[in-house]
Design a binder for this molecule. Structure first.
Ligand code: FE
Ligand code: CA
Length: 513
């Protein structure tokens, strides 16, 4: 039987794994000597659990030719219990190859709960910068505080990622990023920075786009400083996609191939554990923080129903009036399976603060118009029955201390969430904060005043500044501080407090603090 190429690859992988120095395998290189730094995309950690974290990097030398002809590479990682890197608590090796774009995902287990750790990678004669990470508290620990930064929407062309420098300097348990990590488009008009490449359609092009973002020094600093917990929104694939449909009404089979490429590239650049299977990737997840909090990260794109009342020529989200499909109770934002998983998880959690990290704004932003209310079909207003079912479920289960954390809309929002939006006869059942956008431009103050006027549930809405939100939960209450700077964000931008809000334990709804 002839030896297949795959078998040869496997043999090379095995040799690399064993680090057999006497053997030279054609195209395989266990310990390369680098002509330029292979760690140009930085390092990252994520998925903090009581006993484990995921470490990430991707080998991408500035001179790409350094990896030409290399089939596989052995990358070592080390984890330390001290900043001086004297007490090593874990080490290991990951074999990576061209098929995964030389990305590295290391699942480091056997760590102690609620501890800080420092880590670094090595490949051949190159060493990465040192990152700091941390584990979650033990599942039953009485925890007094959870601190996180809530970020979203970092259009590279719209400005600099100075917010990430501010995030990097903070004392946080983790960063929660709720989507639009990359933007797939490109602008033809002058912008602060340029994507410098057309809209990605292939795996290679999505990889390039992710690499461009990952080369940003401020973004690298935020990843190196804290573990990240992530979910995605639309721009990781294409603007306003819904399930298997994209704006151009491309044949779903063709679009799902593109979605597979986008998900694959996303996974290759994030500290995540579960790789996509073709066009499907499980990203929704839950994270416990002792007895104090539990965070659900939700996927609002992959399983949602198509937009209601779409424009027949181009299916972007749009403002609709009198769209009867909106009242269809079978239309879903999360999909049946994820909705069940969430409802069940919420009911059985028992942890105090129940945080829902999801990609867009849940409170209504619909506007009064002469012929009825105008609803934006790409957000939760386009899925009002799904929103009602979720909030009614929270009310029926008598869940307290539910806080929804969102992104997508490029504005800072603090709002009350009622089963019937804006109806004060319907009690608030949860609270909401949207953490602005890192760099993506948003709506004017005037537009936000109008939106707030038409939606009394919305206590605060500002789309004219950029930034992120600092969230701090304690047994007594949850605080939210909007950290903001002028738009567009310049490289050395400084951040100030735009507003502070609080949620008191046991009392749903936000109040100025
Ligand atoms: Fe966005
Ligand atoms: Ca979005």
């Amino acid at each position: 039987m002839p030896l297949h190429r795959r078998d040869l690859n496997r043999a090379a992988l095995w040799l690399a794994l064993c680090g057999w120095p006497a053997m030279r395998v054609a195209h395989a290189q266990a310990a390369p000597r680098w002509r330029s730094d292979p760690f140009t995309l930085g390092i990252a950690s994520g998925q903090p659990r009581p006993d484990s974290v995921v470490l990430w990097t991707r080998l991408a030398p500035a001179q790409g030719e350094d990896l030409d002809g290399v089939r596989s590479c052995a990358v070592q990682y080390e984890v330390f219990g001290d900043e001086g890197l004297e007490r090593r608590v874990a080490k290991g090796e990951v074999i990576t190859d061209a098929e995964r774009a030389f990305s590295v995902h290391a699942h480091v287990q056997g760590l102690a709960p609620q501890r800080q750790y420092w880590y670094r990678f090595r490949c051949g004669d190159a060493q990465s910068p040192v990152g700091r990470t941390g584990t979650a508290p033990a599942a039953d620990a009485q925890v007094q505080r959870l601190r996180l930064a809530l970020g979203a929407c970092q259009n590279y062309e719209h400005g600099y990622f100075a917010a990430h420098r501010d995030i990097a300097s903070r004392d946080l348990d983790f960063v929660l990023f709720v989507g639009d990590y990359i933007y797939e488009g490109f602008s033809r008009t002058p912008e602060m920075r340029r994507h410098g490449a057309p809209m990605p359609l292939t795996l290679e092009a999505y990889r390039e786009r992710h690499a461009l973002y990952k080369r940003d020094a401020d973004l690298q600093a935020a990843h190196a400083a804290h573990p990240w917990v992530l979910t995605w929104d639309d721009h990781e694939v294409v603007n306003d996609y819904a399930n298997d449909r994209e704006p151009e009404y491309t044949d779903p089979e063709v679009f799902l191939r593109r979605r597979a490429a986008a998900y694959r590239a996303y996974f290759e650049h994030m500290p995540l554990l579960v790789a996509p299977q073709g066009p499907s990737m499980r990203i929704h997840d839950r994270f416990a923080w002792g007895r104090l909090a539990e965070l659900w990260t939700l996927d609002c794109r992959q399983y949602r129903s198509h937009h209601a009342c779409p424009d027949p020529t181009r299916d972007w989200g749009r403002l609709v009036i009198g769209c009867k499909a909106l009242a269809d109770p079978s239309r879903t934002m999360l999909g049946a399976e994820q909705s069940r998983w969430l409802a069940q998880g919420l009911a059985e959690s028992g942890r105090q603060w129940k945080l829902l990290g999801q990609s867009t704004q849940m409170s209504s932003t619909s506007l009064e118009a002469p012929r009825g209310r105008q609803s934006w079909t790409d957000g939760w207003d386009g899925y009002p029955e799904a929103r009602k079912q979720l909030l009614q479920g929270i009310a029926d289960a008598r869940l307290r201390d539910v806080v929804v954390l969102g992104g997508d809309v490029h504005r800072f929002v603090a709002a009350d969430l009622r089963v019937q939006p804006n109806d004060t006869a319907s009690l608030a059942v949860a609270s909401e904060f949207v953490g602005g956008s890192i760099s993506s431009r948003g709506a004017s103050r005037l537009a936000m005043e109008q939106m707030r006027h038409d939606n009394p549930d919305v206590a605060h809405a500002r789309g004219d500044e950029r930034g992120y939100a600092l969230i701090e939960a304690t047994p007594k209450g949850l605080q939210c501080e909007f950290r903001a700077t002028a738009h567009p964000v310049v490289a050395d931008a400084r951040f100030q407090t735009q507003a502070r809000f609080a949620v008191e334990s046991g009392v749903a709804g936000v109040r100025a603090a």
